[in-house]
Write a protein that binds this ligand. Sequence first.
Ligand SMILES: [Zn+2]
Ligand SMILES: [Zn+2]
Length: 155
Amino acid sequence: MVDDVQEYTGNCYCGSVTVTVDGPPVASAYCHCHSCRKWHAAPVNAWSIWPLIAVRISGETIRSFTNETSRRISCAQCGGGVANIKPAINMIVVYPMVLAGSDLGFEPVCHVHYIERVLDIADGLPKYIELPKQLGGSGATVGEPERSGWCKECR
Ligand SMILES: [Zn+2]
Ligand SMILES: [Zn+2]
């Protein structure tokens, strides 16, 4: 790492896997896509992304090769998710909750794959149907929901 870049370190659920990142993420957001929701078994997924070279993972892990664009990494002991390599763009997502407890905050800038949502979130952030243009998407958004909560008409 570069000397003047601050490191942030966190762990999986059981503590067997340690993740260290160099500096703040390039971007943070919420993903509502089907594969994130199913892999995390959660209605929405929070993510922060770094260049692959800025992240180090130690401890025994398992990688999922189910999705072509994602190599999801979890702890071999507790099964807790820690990261997601994006091979096509040489980037890696580290889940913010892995780094919770470090000094690094979570500052999401948007919602992605919002059309696939099961949960509406009325937080005023842009809600991209798939992805913003900077991430290779159309940049198209949907309107702000009236309130947060389970989206009955979705799915
Ligand atoms: Zn673990
Ligand atoms: Zn996703």
